[in-house]
Design a protein around this ligand. Sequence first.
Ligand SMILES: *Cc1c(COP(=O)(O)O)cnc(C)c1O
Length: 466
Amino acid sequence: MKNMKYISTRGEAPAMGYQDAVMMGLATDGGLIIPEHIPDVSDRLETWAELSYQDLAFEITRLFADIPDADLRALIDRSYSTFRHPEICPEVQVGGLYVLELFHGPTLAFKDIALQWLGNLFEYILARTGGRLNILAATSGDTGSAAIYGVRGKEGMDIFVMHPRGRVSPTQERQMTSVLDENVYNIAVEGTFDDCQNMMKRIFSDVPFKNRYSLGAVNSVNWARVLAQIVYYFYAAFRVMKAESASSVRFSVPTGNFGDILAGYYASRMGLPIDRLILATNENDILSRFFQTGVYSLSDVVPTLSPSMDIQVASNFERYLYYKVGEDGACIQQMMTDFSKTGSLKIEMDESGRVDPLFTAGAANTEQTLAAIRNYFREYDYLLDPHTAAGIHVAEEVMQRESGSPMICLATAHPAKFSKAIVQATGKDLAHHPLLDKLSDCETRCAVLPAKESAVREFICELALV
Ligand SMILES: *Cc1c(COP(=O)(O)O)cnc(C)c1O
């Protein structure tokens, strides 16, 4: 098989292989890294439908990754051995739809699916190149713990995770600081999440420093993360199509940085019969406005019950735009330059007034999110976390408007991670998980630093792997 090459959405970076794409994260011209072409797998769907999650992950990944088969199998098996469910991502029928539970990994959120894989992949690549990697991350909550669990105990890499001291939930803080592996450094910054993120950006823009300490990131733009997420769209679609004797499905996806739903878009382009991708946001609705109006324009971020969807600029959106404008790198370059000046960009709508017939978008506000949690608990005795609840709210609106193929709603976090919202919705403290309950008396380790770039740099210089 010919190895897949990777290029940039802005068309000005040299083509590279999968392993380089993974280590680089972002292309040298500032664009996002994408595969040179999208393989069509329509002729394989029937045989793939019978595969286990791991076997399916193997078949899909090998189309995109230059890793010998035996190594790839071992990496996949190791990555999903940490999941607590034999099917990795089981689907559950609840009322008139299916909930795809993506939260059976070590930190109880869907980000584990990609980050467990990414940690093993980094370790594999570093072992072969003899390199070192110091991962620097800033988190407002969820990503930090999934990244830490992906990297803990791995050879050849350290991880430094900054969070705003006292501004992440106690559960999220403990999920991170209770990890005592030697290669994990938690930093509580005396400032806001923006302070953390700005310090990270400034440190990464100092190229000599970045190179000297082999600094790397685990952002949701990393192609390895998107690729790992394509797998569960196939897996869930196969199982639901079989159960319902259906020939296609719809997916509803609670969306923030557009990473998760982008994987669904790739699955569709590869030939998986998806009738509709339903993009659900909370009040931070830049993406749902875009799919309704063709205009992508910034507004302020408001804090909501679903903090992992509280975003301003969706970091993976540029990949979708690239396909939307006919794979024209120069056009993307121009659009993104204009966007960074004006905070707005616009796409032509089709004759029927849509941006894209594959996508339907909607937003759920706080009340609607709480109502979905309350209703699913009362009617079906099933607890939704607030991110999943936003996706279900929008999916139900669509189902009322139009009949169609079976609906699969992605459940992106275990409700116990957001137990306060459950109390707010139901009046009862119902959402627990033994992994989280036992955190309260765990030993923790965390450094406290002022919100000063120099302090973070010194900390890294002293402790980073060189
Ligand atoms: C990250 C996250 C999302 C949003 O996913 P994107 O890929 O950023 O669109 C939704 N729900 C939860 C629980 C998350 O952690």
